[in-house]
Structure formats: C-alpha cells, structure tokens
Design a binder for this molecule. Structure first.
Ligand SMILES: [Zn+2]
Length: 505
C-alpha cells in the first residue's frame, strides 16, 4: 500500500481513538451486533476566473463524525459535529434506538460479509504539493496566466477557468478491531475558450480543455500527469477549425473513440449499470435501475470479446483509489466484464452478503461524516489490448468514420441502456487518416449493441485515466469522484446524429 504523503497532523490531534472506544463500547452495551464509527474532515475549494478576472472563490470544511450500527437485524445511524468521546457515546445510543425503531419497517435482516481486521492502518494518496498549502493568490495567478494565453490568440473572445481541490481525512473504527486513518487529495483544473461571431447574431462556439480531475497534488497543474502548456497552445487553432468545420452528415459509421470521451460512456453504461444496489432497486426512486440483472451474471454477453472491464480502488492517481473503504474493507481489483461477459458487480459488505460472496470488493463510500456509506463506484476501467495497437492503427482500420475526443453532453435512460453522447472535438476519418474536424456530432446507441460493436481496443500506450469528481447518487444525494481508464477503441456501425437537425425537429 503506497503511503507517500504524510497525513495531516491536525487531524490526528482529534481524540480519534477515545471517540472510537466511547462509541463502540456504548453500541455493544446497548445490544448492537455491529457498530462502526467514522470521523471525517473534508475540505473542498474552488477558484474561478472569467476573462482573467476573479469570478468566485469557495473554501469549505466539513468536520464531524457518525456511528452506524446493526441491531436486531436493522440499520441505525446518527451523526454530529461535536467531535468528542461523550458525543460519540450519545450518537451510538441514538443509532441503536433508531435501529430498533426501524425494525418495524425492515425487509430482509441486514447481514454483513466478514472482513479481516486492520489495526492502526494508514494510507495516503500520492501528493507532492498539498493544494491547500498554495495561497489563493497563486491559484488566481495560474488561472490568469492560462486565460491570458488564450485571450491573446486571434478569435478568442472569452475564457472561463476554474480549479477545484479536495482533501479528505478520514478515521474509521469498528467493533472487530479495525482502526484505519486515510487521506485523499485531488485537483481539477479546467479551462474553456469561447469565440463569438458578432456578424451572426452572437453565435458562439466553445472548446474545453480535456485534462481530467486527478488524484494528485498541486504539482498536477505544473505538468505532472498532464501537459497543460501543450493543450493550451493547441486550443485556439482547434477552436478556429471547429468553428469553420462542416456540420456532420448523420447516418451510421465507424467510430474511433479517444479515452477522453470514452470514459464517460463507460461511466454511464457500465459503471452505473453494474452497481448491485441499483440492480436490486435501491436507487429506483432517484436515478433508476439497471438492465444488468443478477440472472445475467456469468452468462450475459455485455459486449464483444475485445471488452474486459475491471473495478478497482487501487489505480495510481485514481479518484476512487483508497487504501480501505468506508466499511474497513481493503482496496482491491476484480473483473466486472471479462471477454465481453458480465462476471461481477460493485459490492459493499451488505451487498456481498446478499450475493453470498465471501468478501465485499470495497465499494462503500460516503461523501460526508453526516451521510451513510452507500455502494459507490470504484475506478471502472476498460482494459487495453496486449498487442501494441496504436491510435493510428485503429484510425487506419476504420477507413472512413469519425474520431471522437473529449466529453461534453450525455444522456442515458433509467435502465442504463439507451444513450447519446456528444464531444469536444470530432474529426472525420477518410481513407484511414484524420481529415479535419466536423461539428454538431452526437453518437447514439444502446449499451449492448454499442459494446458488442467494439471491434478492437488500443494497446497499453493508448491507455489513459479520465474521470468525474461530481458523480451523484442516493437520497439525500451524495457526490463522489471516480476515475475510468481506457484505451482508444474502434466501434463499427454506430448511429451518428446531427444535433442541429435533431434540435430543429
Ligand atoms: Zn455518475
């Protein structure tokens, strides 16, 4: 387990072990069969500029703790902001009372899959420069510099830039003896250039940077893991070309999809579809269910044999990467789809017990000390080919078609089946080569038709990690960050829409 960054000392100044002892012993005294306590400090910040001028700054800290119990086969939960042993004991008693009360409306008895005990475990994500050690003035100077470079280019009228950062310090303890302290840090810069055509009624077009949110420190903005200078230098010409590009002719064609776009299709059509709680109907009232039902496990052809998808909480710099989940389950990796067949789900300890699995695969996560841990998405990633197939090889194999890069709008139905995605940059492929941008493109399909049309994936050199830092799930809604790695990939005969034509219907 990597522990390259030190966990913040002020977090350790909290009476974490006394809190755990007070909460867990009170819960056991009151008759709980299971109890865990989570103490957490989450700091989030965003600084935004518009045309190089400050447009807003947020810096918020959420500190608190919660006690979760299983008593008489039912869940109980209570949280508070007064981080003391006395309050922890009070919360434990409230949680037990709530469990007894909720027994009247319980369905199945709650069972939890077992997990080894990890005493005094520590884990921290890789971080060289803590973004919260960087003064806001430096963050503003960076965004002003980036914006100035774009505004200096001909044809760029406006630039919107922002940088988000988060630090999550977390202490977990349970009645079996696990005590785990962890720290995660992530940084997400994003910049959008806009050109306005005054002679055409103010029609505008935009181009957004493709650099993803990353589980890294402030070194990320200086080029560690993404070449921001190169991307900023290329954006003006890419935007100019996009403005003058022909509008796409709708129809069916082959697509070569870059990881910067394919990650979101993976997120929506595989990531959310293989959350077991959603499959079992737990999310139905909010964001729907899933077509990938448990009767299909082990036999259902999700996609072509070129498709192997893993879940993991271990990918270096992944947004869902952690040492242990919010139920004290050690992070690992497993297959969700192997050679095109559905073979696994995302599990927490309760879901694992329901499935008869020996262990959870570590997908429990809460976004606040005041929320219960839900089954949340790990890093869900499409694996590259063993062969060293390049992006150019895939473009050559396509012959004629489209090359799709950068995520933009998305839409998917409540069974995670029918979908539509747009992009930041779309290039025509003609005679096996890129032949300039086209615009107004959306690709459309259903999950199995699309993934079964996957003919080939690129090799390890084409594999990149992208992701989202604002994935919503649950009621009350919780926000989570997750990464998706994928290679470049070739899909045959995908429906392509012209979004202008569609809007005019
Ligand atoms: Zn999501």
């Amino acid at each position: 387990m990597r522990t390259t960054a030190a966990i913040d000392e002020p977090f350790f100044s909290l009476p974490l072990h006394d809190i755990a002892d007070a909460a867990l012993s009170r819960a056991l005294e009151r008759g709980a069969a299971h109890a865990d306590v989570r103490c957490e400090r989450i700091r989030t910040a965003q600084l935004a500029t518009r045309d190089g001028r400050l447009d807003g700054a947020i810096d918020a800290t959420d500190l608190g703790m919660s006690v979760r119990v299983v008593c008489d086969g039912s869940w109980g939960f209570a949280s508070g902001v007064d981080v003391t042993p006395d309050e922890a004991a009070r919360l434990a008693a409230v949680a037990v009372d709530l469990a007894r009360l909720s027994g009247a409306i319980r369905g199945k008895r709650v069972e939890l899959a077992a997990e080894p005990v990890y005493r005094d475990a520590r884990w921290a994500s890789d971080c060289e420069i803590n973004p919260f050690d960087v003064p806001d003035s430096d963050k503003f100077a960076l965004l002003a510099d980036w914006s100035g470079r774009l505004l200096a280019a001909p044809g760029i009228n406006h630039v919107y830039a922002k940088v988000r950062a988060a630090q999550d310090d977390k202490f977990y303890a349970d009645v079996y003896g696990s005590t785990i302290t962890q720290q995660r840090i992530r940084v997400y810069p994003q910049i959008t250039a806009m050109t306005v055509d005054a002679s055409n009624g103010g029609a505008f077009e935009t181009m957004r940077s493709l650099g993803p949110p990353a589980g890294r420190g402030w070194e990320y903005v200086h080029g560690r893991g993404w070449n921001w200078d190169e991307e900023l230098a290329a954006m003006p010409e890419l935007l100019r070309e996009k403005v003058h590009a022909p509008s796409v002719v709708p129809g069916t064609c082959d697509l070569v999809i870059d990881p910067s776009n394919l990650w979101l299709t993976i997120h929506e059509s595989i990531g959310h579809a293989t959350e077991l709680d959603r499959v079992l109907g737990h999310e139905a009232a909010y964001a729907g269910t899933s077509f990938a039902t448990v009767d299909k496990l082990g036999t259902f052809r999700y996609g072509s044999p070129a498709m192997t998808v893993t879940g993991d909480r271990t990918a270096p710099h992944g947004l869902a990467t952690i040492g242990y989940d919010d139920e004290g389950v050690r992070a690992g990796s497993w297959d969700i789809i192997r050679d095109g067949i559905l073979v696994g789900y995302q599990l927490d300890r309760c879901m694992a017990a329901l499935m008869g699995a020996d262990r959870s695969n570590g997908c429990a996560s809460a976004d606040s000390p005041h929320h219960v841990a839900l089954q949340r998405m790990p890093n869900v990633s499409l694996q590259p080919a063993v062969a060293d197939t390049s992006t150019d090889d895939l473009i050559a194999a396509a012959g004629d078609g489209l090359y799709i890069a950068g995520d933009n709008n998305w839409s998917i139905d409540m069974q995670r089946y029918n979908f539509q995605f747009t992009a930041q940059r779309v290039f025509r492929i003609a005679h096996g080569r890129l032949a300039g941008q086209v615009r107004d493109v959306a690709y459309q399909g259903n999950t199995t038709e699309f993934w079964r049309s996957l003919e080939a994936v690129g090799g390890p050199a084409t594999y990149r990690l992208f992701g989202a830092d604002m994935c919503g799930k649950g009621q009350p809604v919780q926000v989570a960050a997750t990464s998706h790695g994928c290679p470049c990939a070739l899909f045959r005969n995908v429906r392509v829409l012209n979004v202008l034509h569609e809007a005019g219907r």
